[in-house]
Design a protein around this ligand. Structure first.
Ligand code: 5AD
Ligand code: SF4
Length: 456
């Protein structure tokens, strides 16, 4: 009989990718994916440590799962409980000490060894904790061609090309949980991309903590770059759209900026976090650039691709941030005009330099600043979306909508677009006139062209 696995994913797209790969490596062991813990024989929490009360949230979830596991045991059913991801990496044995019901703890670098860890758990009869770093193995051990999981088949896919970070921003836990920067060899990435294209994927989002620092080795043996990789990927037949995230301003190289102007498969959307508009705060964050450097960079990118839509990340209430420094972030936002953005209250992460700073900002001041910043960003998103009304945009049709006859796709600017169109258009890029803006999406009308639509 088939066993069932439920993976609950927290945090970033890298974790979404990792969760999919975990279900892939488990498929040959007979595990099918399910979407409830209740139905599962193996429950994996793929955790995130980046902000807020991440650890507490995991323990509270584990408390519920422990009770579920006990209830299942009474009915004679086994349930293996695993903690993966960045909390697993950071907490290690703490977890199995505090929560005896947990069977497995492993970090982001070890999921390819999941079958072996499960076997160890079975043979040893006690909890297994594995938090070694060995990124190379992780990607080499992947078998994307084995994937036969109906839940993860799609026309868009994430593809991790780079992992880890050497930048050590003083607020960030990533260099400690994901380890040093590592880029997958270019041939390995191209190979995975070709398989995805064969499976029907039309849009790739290349992932990495510092994706534009990509330096994977090319077939020549020399280090490649994200610009070169994008050029190679766009030659793969079937791949119509390429995106990447998350980028660091310091790694926006000339060839990548140039590609935004010259490569039509590279989507005109860029997530380029700046975190703050204050030079003093940027320095204290160890970002390695000033606000003006960032603005100049944006101007160069816009010169290469005037249509580009920008997105960013902002932190409010970094230790010592004054009112005037916070205002500098608002000024920068007003100057850039973002299409969308993420913003967060600073959250002290154990082990990071900024967490030691004595000038922590009170919670209510952080909340007030966040509300003001988010109001400005929300207004900008609305303005950006409104400006799309009346335009005809190429929309990649991704999935059925909630209503019959309705499909959901994405614009080049990553907006969700609802349109009335047959399911036979799934995976196609169709010209869609944008008619209205909803709360989280746009709606539009299919406008068939005489030439027909791109890409099947
Ligand atoms: N507190 C608040 N936000 C953080 N981020 C990273 N670390 C922290 C932290 N300690 C935000 C940054 C980053 C995004 C992924 O999460 O804005 O770009
Ligand atoms: Fe964290 Fe900074 Fe690295 Fe991004 S660049 S992952 S914010 S340390």
């Amino acid at each position: 009989m088939n066993k069932k696995v439920f993976v609950k994913t927290y945090g970033c797209q890298m974790n979404v990718y990792d969760s999919q790969r975990m279900t892939d490596v488990l498929a040959p062991l007979g595990y099918l994916e399910t979407d409830t813990a209740e139905a599962a024989d193996l429950v994996i929490l793929n955790t995130c440590h980046i902000r807020e009360k991440a650890v507490e949230k995991v323990y509270s979830e584990l408390g519920k799962l422990r009770d579920m596991k006990a209830a299942k045991a009474e009915q004679g059913r086994d349930m293996i409980l695993a903690v993966a991801g960045c909390v697993g990496q950071a907490e290690g044995e703490q977890i199995t000490k505090r929560m005896k019901a947990v069977d497995l703890v492993f970090g982001p670098q070890t999921y390819h060894r999941l079958p072996e860890l499960l076997e160890q758990r079975r043979s040893k009869g006690r909890a297994v904790v594995e938090t070694e770093f060995s990124v190379d193995d992780k990607f080499a051990g992947l078998g994307r061609e084995q994937v036969r999981n109906p839940l993860s088949r799609a026309v868009t896919a994430f593809l991790t090309i780079q992992e880890g970070c050497d930048k050590f921003c003083t607020f960030c836990v990533v260099p400690y949980t994901r380890g040093a920067e590592f880029s997958r060899p270019q041939a390995q990435v191209l190979d995975e991309a070709r398989k995805l294209a064969d499976q029907g994927v039309r849009e790739l989002t290349l992932l990495g903590q510092n994706v534009n620092a990509y330096r994977g080795v090319a077939v020549t043996g020399a280090p490649s770059s994200l610009g070169k990789l994008v050029a190679e990927l766009s030659l793969i037949s079937g791949i119509e759209r390429i995106r990447y995230m998350t980028s660091h301003p310091r790694d926006m190289t000339d060839d990548l900026i140039e590609a935004h102007g010259s490569n039509p498969k590279l989507m005109p959307f860029l997530h380029l976090p700046v975190q703050s508009g204050s030079d003093r705060v940027l320095k204290a964050m160890n970002r390695g650039h000033t606000a003006n450097d960032y603005l100049k960079l944006i101007a160069r990118i816009r010169a290469a691709q005037p249509a580009i839509a920008l997105s960013g990340d902002f932190i409010v209430g970094f230790p010592g941030e004054t009112d005037a420094e916070f205002e500098a972030s608002l000024d920068l936002i007003r100057e850039v005009k973002y299409a969308s953005a993420f913003s967060f209250k600073y959250s002290p992460r154990p082990g990071t330099p900024a967490a030691e700073n004595k000038n922590q900002i009170p919670e209510d001041a952080k909340s007030g600043r966040l509300a003001r910043l988010q109001a400005v960003l929300a207004e900008q998103t609305k303005t950006f979306n409104q400006a799309c009304v009346g335009l005809t945009l190429p929309v990649l049709v991704e999935k059925p909508g909630r209503r019959a006859g309705q499909m959901i796709g994405r614009s080049p600017y990553l907006q969700s677009v609802h349109l009335e169109i047959g399911t036979d258009h799934l995976g196609q890029i169709v010209q869609t006139q944008i008619l209205a803006v909803g709360s989280n999406s746009l709606s539009g009308q299919y406008r068939p062209t005489e030439k027909g639509d791109a890409s099947v």
